[in-house]
Design a protein around this ligand. Sequence first.
Ligand code: MSP
Length: 530
Amino acid sequence: MIHTNTTKNTFAITTPLYYVNDLPHIGSAYTTMASDAVARFQRLQGKDVLLITGTDEHGQKIQRTAETQGVDPQVHCDKIAAGFDVLWQKLNIQYDRFSRTTANRHQAIVKEFFMRVWDKSDIYLSQQQGWYCVSCEEFKEQRELLPGNRCSIHPNQEAEWRDEQNYFFRLSKYQKQLEELYQQRPDFIQPESRRNEVLSFVSQGLQDFSISRLNVDWGFPVPVDPSHTIYVWFDALLGYVTALLDPDSEATLDNALQKWWPINLHLIGKDILRFHAVYWPAMLMSASLPVTGQVFGHGFLTKDGQKMGKSLGNTLDPVELVDKYGADAIRYYFLKEIEFGRDGDFSETRFIDIVNADLANDLGNLLNRTLGMAKKYCQGIVPALTGSDISQVNPLLEIGLDLGSKVARAYESLAFSQACQKIFTLIRASNKFLDQQAPWSLYKQGKQQEVEQVLYTVLESVRLAAYLLSPIIPSISTEIYKQLGFAIDFSQKEHIFLAAPYVSHASWGVLPQNQKLGKPKPVFARLELT
Ligand code: MSP
């Protein structure tokens, strides 16, 4: 379960702050879509939500990228950061803060934090020797490297040998406190497999890590020694804190931490788990700050069963994908098809088959034909029934009654795929019910009351399904609600809780009797493989 604040009604969630060495890839889109679904679900629950995303703009990787392209690093960062925003708009991501680590206010936060840790005597100068992967921006143990000193995550790149004076953070001092944290809060790291990875890493004994660089200009100067710049990860993790500042408040730690701290959930990919589940809590402990709520490390995506990479020539451009197929289809595929936490695959044919089967056929057609019948047999209005007029042995009512709570539990555990499966049980049962009950022949037999019962039941089931799916496919859900006669837009984040709170709309029997139904039109046009 997600760590929620019991005393406060706030919910702060972060995506990673993405590197701006290149335009966003599908991995960044994946984490962001999942975070957006969580944020939307929490808003329906009435939480005051802050979804934080942003960009990680310092360090050697970005400096080199800008140099290679012959542009000023800040100009380069501005351009790529804007590209992220374009994608988030297209994917219907409702973020609240976009944190950029080159912002001036961020420098003030990093400086203040650094000095707190410095005053704790947790920073010291020493010699750093080791293999550095510039793409990971991380020192690697010899045993972690592939032959030829190549990093396993970036096998086409050699790690570089470093031997220089750096400032170090006393991570080793926090070994015991971290172990206590993992024991006392077993769900701090999720899923379980990632937690075990971290426990095993920590049990091998933690070593201090360097938090400054001597020959990298593109970073903030170390406050106590400007001949060094601050290591990009030390700087980037604090971007989460800077993001909490109100736009017009002064950049101090106190201001930043006032309302939203501790952040409830960091959603990340498995490759950056150590930073979030080991280094980051230790940094916070050193600064005498409460540790964040939970770190969830999701799996990696492959394409057609193969690792994606530029050198392999099989990258998946999220902008192209969303332009071609639309946001809801992409959001649905990745969140429904891949068990969150495990690795998963994208294949275009499978993608098309799934969204056509689920969204166009099972969901879209169901609504379309039921609305058509309601028009014909009930003058286009919701039959004058309420949930309590429906027989208790009705199969859809049986599924619908506790679906809201089951789906809530799935969302709370970030089990998006399970949430979808449970919702689609109702949709599939509705299709079956409609076929079995055959309201068209009931109508011919003059059984108007029965016709109305069947249609009410199915329309209400589609409504409930659309509501519960809204964190994942907000535009389709909005369209379904519209055709059912509601004026509710699931992307109106400031009003959605008042308009359609989970406590009422996730229950059975909400469709108001005599509500005028909208014009039936397909909510999801079938996709073709081109
Ligand atoms: N800048 C750091 C994060 C700093 S957070 C304070 C970073 N950025 S990143 O742009 O490289 O990574 C972005 C995210 O994409 C990570 O969560 C990473 O796990 C994820 N992915 C990168 N490739 C991926 C796949 N092939 N599949 C799924 N996610 C992947 O790391």
